[in-house]
Design a protein around this ligand. Structure first.
Ligand SMILES: Nc1ncnc2c1ncn2[C@@H]1O[C@H](COP(=O)(O)OP(=O)(O)OP(=O)(O)O)[C@@H](O)[C@H]1O
Length: 484
């Protein structure tokens, strides 16, 4: 008998021909093996998947044809093959990590089972049923890649969050507002009144007066204090960058937008958004901001999805915003939206009385920062500080004290280097008496016309109170009834 006809006889004996139609119709590949591991049955699905034709394999050793190597190309010995093992021990096996090789030399991942075939309780062969799982593997790979991407993004978010929390912790470390002057007390009173509402607050004041400190206080005193306060310095970004900072962007929204990014509005959700230097917003950004304030919603750059946020807005500017409106640099409608509750932070020269308290507050922080034990400022040093007009306000005071603290060998600062005082008006072509009168008058005004005592003008000017009184009389300096 030829090999082929003996194979055909085997098929007829061991695999029911009446069921062959059914087996041929099955989508899975089916191989029948005799006890030597030679093919006795191959269905059309198996032919399609492997590229081997029925007649090319029948009677041949299937392992040698398309199970000869592992996926990495290394040799796959027949003794290791699960199908052959089933032939030996009659145990059913199910394999998910294996490949079959096609006739053209390529391979594909398979999921297969090898099941023993019995006839009259006698093991006569094995049937292997297999499926090409390339698509499943590809999907798994894509899923794994997507998962890795999600993981990377979530790590980025976590680190962004960590960064923001740290920045927040740094900034919220000290929210004490020093000072007991009438101006500061009035400001603190207003701050307490508005803090626990959701009203928009506009903080105005010169540079370095403490606008950001006021904003942090507003947040800390509000019911939003456990959520973030996100600050944006509107002057620090170009118009286009600022928009993406505020509103975020989708991947590919512009060159360099390599991934989707949340904007500060989203990060501030349920918290406070502090827009510092709000006057620096471009007119375009102003219109967008107006819409967010009106609707509490916005879209990321490059996206049409509308995002709803719940934020409390606090804005600050050292500019006279109304003047900017008149100049056409600031939208009037936005001005009125922001100016719901204005808080004016007084310049330091208008509250010279606060200098001693501010000095001790600042020295306390400086001692921590510099690891020093400075106890205070000498009486003369304090006089110098109180005689100055402070164009840079509290920040300038901080800088001067830090410089002195670094240079000082003693625990009392004597304030050696003070910048030249900035007169409020230029004194060109004045006589000595006129200049003296102007200087005395300005000092008195700053100190609310207090003459004597440690916070009096005489002390600041370095003369006895009686001398100051007689100079005032001589120079005709009098407090006007309209002056407070
Ligand atoms: N009343 C105050 N008590 C204690 N520290 C103060 C006070 N006012 C301001 N400071 C400190 O002075 C520094 C400058 O204040 P802040 O940054 O809040 O000013 P700003 O008005 O926002 O400045 P800019 O307009 O330049 O942004 C900060 O370190 C702040 O803590």
């Amino acid at each position: 008998m030829s090999q082929l006809s003996s194979t055909a006889a085997l098929i007829n004996n061991h695999f029911l021909p009446e069921n062959q139609l059914l087996l041929n119709a099955v989508g899975e590949g089916i191989y029948g093996f005799d006890l030597s591991g030679n093919a006795v049955f191959i269905n059309p699905a198996a032919e399609r998947m492997t590229g081997w034709k029925n007649e090319e394999l029948l009677g041949k050793n299937i392992h040698d044809c398309h199970h000869h190597s592992h996926a990495d190309g290394s040799h796959y010995p027949q003794e290791d093959c699960p199908i052959y093992n089933t032939l030996k021990d009659g145990i059913t096996r199910e394999i998910t990590h294996d490949v079959f090789w096609r006739k053209d030399g390529s391979s594909f991942p398979v999921h297969y089972s090898s099941t023993p075939v019995y006839r009259a309780n006698e093991l006569v062969g094995v049937v292997a049923i297999f499926r090409d799982i390339s698509i499943q593997k590809q999907t798994e790979l894509s899923l794994r890649q997507a998962l890795a991407q999600v993981q990377a993004l979530s790590e980025r978010l976590a680190s962004e969050n960590h960064y923001l929390q740290t920045a927040l912790a740094d900034k919220t470390g000290d929210v004490d507002i020093s000072g007991n002057s009438g101006e500061i007390r009035h400001m603190i009173q207003q701050l307490h009144l508005v803090a626990n509402t959701d009203s928009t607050v506009l903080i105005c004041g010169e540079n370095g007066t403490g606008k950001e400190l006021v904003a942090r206080n507003l947040h800390q005193l509000s019911h939003r204090k456990d959520k973030p306060m996100i600050s944006v310095n509107c002057a620090a970004f170009s118009a286009s960058l600022l928009e993406s900072e505020l509103f975020g962007h989708e991947k590919g929204a512009f060159t360099g937008a390599i991934s989707r990014r949340k904007g500060r509005f989203e990060l501030a959700h349920q918290g406070t958004l502090f827009l510092d230097e709000v006057a620096e917003l471009s007119l375009e950004a102003q219109s967008k901001l107006l819409r967010v304030i009106q609707e509490q919603s916005f879209e990321r750059l490059g996206s049409s999805e509308t995002i709803q946020v719940d934020i409390r807005l606090v804005a600050a500017s050292h500019h006279d915003l109304l003047k900017r409106v008149e100049l056409g640099l600031f939208r009037m409608d936005l001005y009125y939206r922001l100016n719901v509750f204005p808080i004016q932070v007084p310049p330091l020269r208008a509250r010279i009385d606060d200098i001693p308290e501010l000095v001790s507050h600042i020295l306390h922080s400086l001692n921590r920062k510099l690891g020093k034990k400075i106890r205070g400022v000498s009486q003369k040093g304090l006089q110098k500080l109180m005689a100055y007009t402070w164009p840079g306000n509290v920040r300038e005071l901080q800088n001067i004290l830090e410089r002195e603290a670094i240079l000082s060998q003693s625990d009392i600062l004597h304030i050696h280097a003070m910048p030249n005082s900035h007169p409020l008006t230029q004194a060109h072509g004045q006589t000595l008496a006129e200049a003296e009168a102007l200087h005395i008058e300005q000092t008195l005004k700053r100190l609310h016309w207090r003459i004597s005592g440690p916070l009096g003008a005489a002390n600041v000017l370095g003369v006895p109170a009686s001398t100051l009184r007689s100079r005032m009389k001589k120079l005709g300096i009098k407090r006007q009834s309209t002056e407070i």
